[in-house]
Ligand binder design. Structure first.
Ligand code: 8YV
Length: 317
C-alpha cells in the first residue's frame, strides 16, 4: 500500500504531482469541504505533510496526525510552523532552501525598478487608451532613477545576498541589517533598523519572519522618508500594514513594491487604488524553474523520511 500524504496547498508543476501520485496516496486537504471530518477519518494514517511556506501547519493539526514522519515545506519560510513543537515530537521539518533564491531576488529588483520608474502606471496609461486621449508628454509625471539608489536590505541570508549582488550591478551602494554582522559580506552592516532606513533610498525586506513581526512600523517608514521606497518579498507580517497604508496615504514615503501581505489574499483596500504602489500576489517564487526545484526537494524529503532516514536539510531533527 502506498503511504498516505496530506497536502495542505497545491503544487503547480504537473510532473511533480505525477510523481507524488505514483509514489503516494495524496490527500488534498485544500480540496476538502469538511476539513475537520476529513482529518477525523484519515488523520491516523497520514505519514507525511506537504505545505507551503505561508500556509505552514498548526500545532493542532500536527497533534491530530499521530503517524506523521515528516513535514515538507514547499517554500523557504518556516514561520508558519512551530519548529520547537515539531522538534519535541521528533518530526523533521524541511524547507526548500536555495531553490528559489534567484527568482525572489529577481522579483525584488523588478519591484524596485517598477516603483521607481512607475512601470505599471505607464503600462496602464497605454493599455487603457489614455495615452491616445492625452498624448501630451507631461501627462504622466517624471519617475525616479533606480540605478545608484542606496539600497538597505533587511535580512542578509541567501535572498538578501542575491538582491545585493543584483543591485550592485545597478551601481547601488548596499547596506544591510541582520541579527549579526556577516563576516563574508562586503557591504556595510547597520545593526539598527531605524538607522538603516534613515540612510537608504529603498528598504528591501528579505528576512525570515519567525521572530520579526511588525519590525517595519511608522517610525521606520518616517526614517525612510518621503523620497524612500519599501519593497517586501519576505512576509507581510514584517510590516505594520496599517502604518504602511498611512505612510503611503500621507506621502511619508514615496512608494512601495509588495509581493506579500499580512492576511493574503486580503490586501488593504487603500493600497489598491494607489499609483505609487506596485502589488503582486505572492509570486516571488512562482516560476517554473523555482517551483520545479522546490517540488523536487519536497519529493526528496518525503522519500528520505519515509525510508527511515533523516531528510537532508531537516531543520528540527
Ligand atoms: C511560496 C514562500 O509562495 O518560500 C516561501 O516561504 O512563501 C513562497 O515561496 C510558497 O511557499 C508556495 O508554496
Amino acid at each position: 500500500m502506498k503511504p498516505n500524504i496530506l497536502q495542505l496547498n497545491p503544487i503547480l508543476v504537473p510532473a511533480i504531482n505525477d510523481t507524488l501520485g505514483e509514489r503516494y496516496t495524496v490527500h488534498r486537504l485544500f480540496e476538502q469541504h469538511d476539513k475537520d471530518a476529513f482529518i477525523r477519518e484519515h488523520g491516523a494514517s497520514i505519514r507525511g505533510v506537504i505545505t507551503g511556506g505561508h500556509t505552514g501547519i498548526s500545532n493542532d493539526l500536527i497533534a491530530r496526525l499521530p503517524a506523521l514522519e515528516v513535514i515538507a515545506v514547499n517554500g523557504v519560510g518556516t514561520d508558519a510552523v512551530d519548529l520547537a513543537f515539531a522538534r519535541a515530537r521528533g518530526i523533521p521539518v524541511t524547507a526548500t532552501v536555495g531553490a528559489l533564491t534567484e527568482d525572489v531576488a529577481d522579483l525584488a529588483i523588478g519591484l524596485m525598478l517598477a516603483v521607481c520608474r512607475a512601470i505599471c502606471t505607464g503600462n496602464d496609461f497605454v493599455k487603457t487608451g489614455n495615452w491616445k486621449k492625452n498624448p501630451h508628454p507631461g501627462a504622466l509625471p517624471l519617475s525616479r532613477r533606480f540605478s545608484g539608489k542606496r539600497v538597505g536590505i533587511v535580512g542578509m541570508g541567501k535572498v538578501g545576498r542575491a538582491i545585493a549582488q543584483r543591485a550592485c550591478a545597478f551601481g547601488c551602494p548596499i547596506a544591510y541589517t541582520d541579527l549579526r554582522r556577516m563576516e563574508d559580506v562586503p557591504h556595510q552592516f547597520v545593526p539598527d533598523l531605524l538607522a538603516l532606513a534613515r540612510g537608504c533610498d529603498i528598504l528591501v525586506l528579505a528576512a525570515a519572519a519567525d521572530k520579526a513581526q511588525g519590525i517595519v512600523d511608522a517610525a521606520v517608514l518616517d526614517a525612510l522618508g518621503k523620497d524612500g521606497y519599501l519593497v517586501n518579498v519576505a512576509r507581510g507580517k514584517l510590516v505594520v500594514e496599517s502604518d504602511l497604508v498611512e505612510a503611503l496615504s500621507k506621502g511619508a514615503i514615496a512608494g512601495a513594491g509588495l509581493d506579500v501581505f499580512v492576511d493574503e489574499p486580503n490586501v488593504p483596500a487603500a493600497l489598491l487604488g494607489m499609483d505609487r504602489v506596485v502589488l503582486q500576489a505572492h509570486r516571488a517564487s512562482a516560476t517554473v524553474e523555482s517551483r520545479t526545484a522546490m517540488g523536487e526537494m519536497v519529493l526528496a524529503s518525503l522519500s528520505q523520511a519515509l525510508a527511515g532516514q533523516r531528510p537532508e536539510g531537516s531543520l528540527t531533527t
